[in-house]
Ligand binder design. Structure first.
Ligand code: FAD
Length: 387
């Protein structure tokens, strides 16, 4: 494997501060040295290298853009660069950091009580506790407002019933962020593992995102105390704000996967000889490589601008939708073309592009599908909801 040195056709590095470049380099090194040697083995086995999570905590990668409570307090561009470098390794590695940071720590940070923040955030930032986020249900994915999971008041606490499906880390999590309808309104709860009536299990047979564990959990008369409610996590808006934060990370993450595939295809094309000369000497192949780097460059500009807007507190969900929709589709297309350039080698786990292509099928679906983001943008520009 050629050493990875990123992709920067438009000198976009000039826009980054020294601190941002330093963060990117340290994550790049971590991925190259600790993750890349084990990813193929875990992908084949359908497991995640959880032994690396404390090191990710030490580097400040978990809850990186939150302030205090043991979090690193980094900028939103730094958060994006971290996600980009992690997903250069594998979408499963970035998923772990995204779910922990944006879907679990962010709601505790934004909607939790002071006691909940003090108790859980430092442990989660250090990677000693892993969270999961239960919004999707067997019959409600793109339309979470239809969820059937209920919470009912019982004495001072609550009793929850329902099923959450396709939940990253559901079968291994220490903490469960659960969204349920309380008196008809969506409400967030924070439930520790081993609570009676909380029944998680792994979903097997995945052909995508294999270096990430995915599960479901049933809430069967799951009784929780009154302090298990996230006091400010009220309404679908609260749940969607977590998704906005995670989707922003995916805008950058998808770039990392695309850059990895481009880098691999370029190096392969320079070394592989066909019909007496390098593949890279063929116009058809150059055309593919030029298309790739152009799309990556456009995606980098989109991600960087979204980073600026997020940092300034001006970002709108529909803008994030454009980034998620575009960059994931672009990365998926690039992964498929890279795989084609590698010929038969492209299907081997010695290379990255097939694994990225398979992963990106999931990334295209979760956190709002490609078409759902189109509908979000369509509503914004026409004023007409076409869901
Ligand atoms: C690996 C993986 C990990 C996941 N992790 C999590 C997690 O941690 N937490 C969590 O809560 N969820 C998670 N999900 C679930 C994910 O968010 C949902 O799968 C996603 O929202 C899509 O829902 P669905 O699968 O029910 O598809 P559906 O909503 O049934 O959509 C099926 C198809 O219909 C299209 N469609 C939907 N509505 C419309 C419409 N109005 N008009 C036109 N087309 C439409 C979609 O674009 C899609 O192509 C995960 C999923 C995967 C695959």
């Amino acid at each position: 494997m050629q050493p990875y040195d990123g992709v920067d056709f438009l000198q976009l590095d000039d826009l980054l501060t020294d601190q941002e470049k330093q963060v990117r380099e340290s994550v790049r090194e971590f991925v190259s040295e600790k993750f890349m040697p084990v990813v193929a083995k875990h992908y084949q086995a359908g497991t995640f290298p959880f032994n690396l999570v404390p090191a990710m905590g030490e580097m400040g990668l978990l809850g990186c853009n939150l302030q205090g409570y043991g979090c690193a307090g980094m900028s939103d561009v730094e958060y994006g660069l971290i996600m980009m470098e992690l997903e250069r390794g594998d979408s499963g590695l970035r998923s772990l950091a995204s779910v922990q940071t944006s879907l679990c720590m962010y709601p505790i940070y934004s909607f939790g009580s002071e006691a909940q923040k003090k108790k859980h955030l430092p442990e989660m930032a250090a990677g000693r506790k892993i969270g999961c986020f239960g919004l999707t249900e067997p019959d409600f994915g793109s339309n979470p407002s239809g969820m059937l999971t209920t919470a009912k008041k019982k004495g001072k606490g609550y009793v929850l019933n329902g099923t959450k499906r396709w939940i990253t880390n559901a079968n291994i999590a220490d903490l469960y962020i659960v969204w349920a309808k309380l008196d008809g309104e969506i409400q967030g709860f924070l439930i520790p593992k081993d609570t009676p009536g909380l029944l998680p299990k792994e979903i097997g047979g995945k052909l995508s995102l294999r270096c990430s564990v995915t599960g479901e959990f049933v809430l069967d008369n799951c009784e929780i105390p009154e302090d298990a409610i996230l006091p400010e996590a009220k309404g679908l808006k609260a749940a969607l704000s977590c998704l906005s934060s995670a989707r922003y990370g995916i805008v950058w993450g998808a770039l990392g996967a695309a850059m990895s595939c481009y880098h691999e295809a370029l190096n392969y094309a320079k070394e592989r000889e066909v019909f007496g000369e390098p593949l890279a000497a063929k116009q058809l192949v150059q055309s593919k490589l030029v298309w790739m780097i152009t799309e990556i460059t456009k995606g980098q500009l989109l991600a960087y601008r979204l980073g600026q807007l997020k940092q300034q507190g001006k970002i709108r969900p529909q803008q994030i939708s454009m980034g998620k929709m575009n960059n994931v589709q672009m990365a998926l297309d690039i992964a498929r073309v890279a795989r084609d350039i590698l010929g038969a080698s492209g299907i081997s786990d010695e290379y990255q592009c097939m694994r990225h292509a398979c992963n990106l099928e999931s990334v295209n679906t979760y956190e709002g599908t490609f078409d759902v983001h189109k509908l979000i943008i369509g509503e914004k520009i026409t004023g007409i909801a076409a869901f």
